[in-house]
Design a protein around this ligand. Sequence first.
Ligand code: AMP
Ligand code: MG
Length: 414
Amino acid sequence: MTTPSNRTDDVRMRGFARRTTVAEAIGWLDGRVQRLDEELLPLRGAAGRVLARDVASEVDVPGFVRAMMDGFAVRAADTAGASPYHRLPLAVVGESMPGRPFAGRVGPGQAVRTMTGAKLPDGADAVLPVEVVEIQGDRILAAGEVSPEKHVGRIGEDIQARSIVLAAGRRLRPQDLGLLSSIGAAQVPVVRRPCVRIVVTGNELLPAGSKPQGTKIVDSNGPMLEALVARDGGLAVNPGIVGDDPGAILDALRSPSDIVLVSGGSSVGQEDIAPSLVTEHGELRIHGIAMRPSSPTGMGWLDGRVVVLLPGNPVSCLCAYDFFAGRAIRAMGGRAADWPYRRLRAPLRRKAVSTVGRMDYLRVRLIDGQVEPLAIGGASVLSSATRADGFVLISDDSEGYPAGTEVEVFLYDT
Ligand code: AMP
Ligand code: MG
């Protein structure tokens, strides 16, 4: 059997011949990734999910003419000329309450006690608010006028039958569920959540929850990636640590999912197994990206699924996830591909240096409304990302910016 290490097209130990630009890598990914199919969910479980199709109403809401105030259903003409100084008597002949309509008809000189949401009785065309009425036993004195239609809700005033109430692509808000319920929707068609296989590689890793021991370190990327995947609407499936072993990694790559993320071993060293496996069993389309950190990022496909190879260094892993994997997961789940980060513009406190030909992902803090690049830049220093408020991108055609330049900051907190 051929092991990946003795194949002639082995990518290891050759170094990256040419680095793909971030834009090219995103272009490949966008062309490859598709929105997933839909599933029907009970209304109650659909908050935050993405609507897969337009939803139209089959019914008018409200489906009947209704009172919009507490008061008395009247014939507007009967109140003409009424004022606090000229009060007009009306006979109260019954009541119309929400869900319990008045069975009769309101005749001339008559009124029916009513409440917001009740059906307006036949014969009546307005509601006289309780505030402009004096109640005297079984009659009232109207102390103000109302015009026809006053305080009355029309049929279909909220929602008209056959109209589209929510459009495909909508992230369902709590009030959307309320609205869907009002039109009688029991289930909603939402985009399926992408199942994301997270394969954390590294013989040096102990599972989350362990204490570091000697040269063994505890997995940071697994918990971080699971949280990122959840944020972006994905479902992490079978996350866990796999040793730097080709058979185990291949099994993990092949286990069912919609997309695979591999953490660690993504570069061109002896222990970097995943790139060779993807080359051998699928296609490694991109390997090495002109960015810092995260240049040893790869992507391709295997068994028809997109595979993103993320560097093991935690900051690189975070950055590569954000640039590529998260984008793919959001798009598969029907969300906007763009970053879910809030943005603001502020001036740099110090200069920010970069190199032409690569994109820089610079962790920054905000101090007194100014942007302070963090001095510790190493990709292994995860605390540089926890101390940061966000990041600034320096595009590949820029050498950086002098102090005082206004830059766009992407904030980690939403
Ligand atoms: P690699 O990309 O596998 O060459 O790993 C680069 C560096 O990141 C090495 O120092 C690894 O020990 C470290 N590393 C790899 N995976 C993880 C992980 N899941 N959590 C924390 N550090 C890691
Ligand atoms: Mg490794």
